[in-house]
Design a protein around this ligand. Sequence first.
Ligand code: NI
Length: 166
Amino acid sequence: MAILQILQYPDPRLRNVAVAVGTVTDDVRRLVDDLLETMYDAPGIGLAATQVNVHKRIIVADVSDARDAPLCLINPTIVQAIGSEQMEEGCLSVPGVYENVERAQAITVRGLNRNGDPVELELEDLLGVCVQHEIDHLDGKLFVDYLSHLKRTRIRKKLGKAQKQL
Ligand code: NI
């Protein structure tokens, strides 16, 4: 297992569109484990492979207080979305920024689990929002894209400056 480096907005590689995983091999499982370890270490409640510069359709999440309920979805697709709710979101690739975003209140998502078996899950509230956020990453989309142009420009300037100072 390894802790991977997380790309930071406005890194252009966060805009790559990830490709579907063909077969869930040991290499894919190793990446899933690394994603989970990186997410727990950060710490965060979700992480997409895109964020560690691996452009494959893999996401992980854990919204439990005890940090003992890891969820992994390979090739996740939202097949149904119901209702809407606003929740404050953050992102490990956009450190220190928390803003309200409107998402579906409940989703049905299909994908493969760590063993490569097909799964279908009904998710709502925080976990549902988290999975919607992570799937966006696979399409090169960030939560700041839902904010006003002015807000996004401010965030980009702030984080761009912080990165130059490193
Ligand atoms: Ni994120």
